[in-house]
Design a binder for this molecule. Structure first.
Ligand SMILES: N[C@@H](CCC(=O)N[C@@H](CS)C(=O)NCC(=O)O)C(=O)O
Length: 295
């Protein structure tokens, strides 16, 4: 096994900027704004500040699903936050999310704007606001929320753990990759077993549990995250793959994936979303932007 035992932690940790790996440019050990930057504001009650990473896609899929269900009050303006350029540290964004991470939502439909941050909290807020995509009965609701919170607790092991050490870390550390590969395979097995018995993660009804889990574990199961499909043998989790394919076919999911996407084929990018008609005209948007990746 390769070892990294040439490092002895000092008594007091200090910030070694160049040692931060792939995200060295944006990672820092303190919170709060770095600069003044107001957020743009559109005409709809819901203002979303986000990016088409897995955490961002959860919310745009949710909003598109709500609109597809006929909830006109879910009309939204979606503004891109360029996290590789540090826009999450602007004063306006920090006021909406003190944790400086996308996605962040501002609901301006009441007398005072209401901020909502953390993707799981945003999904739950929207589900309750519109009475949709969350079962009403106590048992169904509880099961759905268990899986929603499962995702919020599990994905950091996939993204911050496995993805970081497998794809982004400046050196390949066998111990770290082993540890997180084992955990991620265990998580996929959890989902696979659940989906062997139920059509959707929450049960027989499509819900915010699927909307939270699909952008991470659906992409993983299709080999689209961290180029790790072969390494993790994702095709073995056939019930998870079946579910991932079914969710991917939903028109609202296909629309939601495009919103605030700044990279990839031009037809997959919709930098800002202000109206349903924006999807039809998106290929006219010729702006290119810097790489975005889940952190
Ligand atoms: N637990 C948060 C995680 C959000 C998150 O990690 N967002 C990433 C992009 S996927 C981000 O904004 N990173 C910027 C940074 O870390 O500075 C949520 O689910 O909303």
């Amino acid at each position: 096994m390769s070892q990294t035992d040439d490092y002895t932690p000092p008594k007091v940790w200090t910030w070694n900027k160049p040692n931060g790996g792939h995200f060295a440019g944006i990672n820092r050990p303190v919170a709060g704004p770095t600069h003044d930057q107001a957020l743009p504001r559109g005409q709809h009650p819901l203002q979303l500040y986000s990016l088409a990473t897995p955490n961002g896609v959860k919310v745009t899929v949710m909003l598109e699903e709500l609109l597809a269900l006929g909830h006109a009050g879910a009309e939204y303006d979606a503004w891109p936050i360029r996290i590789t350029e540090g826009e999450q540290f602007g004063s306006g964004f920090v006021a909406v999310n003190p944790n400086s991470k996308i996605p962040a939502l501002l609901d301006c439909s009441g007398t005072q704007p209401l901020r909502v941050f953390e993707s799981g909290a945003i999904l739950l807020y929207l589900a309750e606001k519109f009475g949709a995509l969350l079962p009403d009965d106590p048992a169904g609701r509880t099961e759905c929320l268990c899986w929603l919170f499962w995702q919020m607790g599990s994905a950091p092991f996939l993204g911050g753990g496995f993805g970081h050490f497998y794809a982004y870390a400046p050196s390949k550390i066998e111990y770290a990759i082993d540890r997180y590969a084992m955990e991620v395979k265990r998580q996929m097995d959890v989902l696979n077993r659940r989906l062997a018995e139920h059509r959707y993660v929450g049960g027989e009804q499509y819900s915010i549990a699927d909307i939270a889990i699909w952008p991470w574990y659906g992409a993983l199961a299709k080999g689209l995250l961290y180029e790790a499909g072969e390494f993790l043998q994702v095709g073995e989790y056939r019930h998870l793959v079946r579910w991932a394919d079914e969710i991917a076919r939903r028109p609202a999911v296909q629309r939601g994936r495009l919103v605030n996407r700044l990279v990839g084929p031009l037809e997959s990018q919709l930098h800002e979303r202000h109206d349903a008609s924006d999807f039809a005209t998106r290929t006219q948007d010729k702006l290119q932007d810097k790489q975005q990746e889940p952190s």
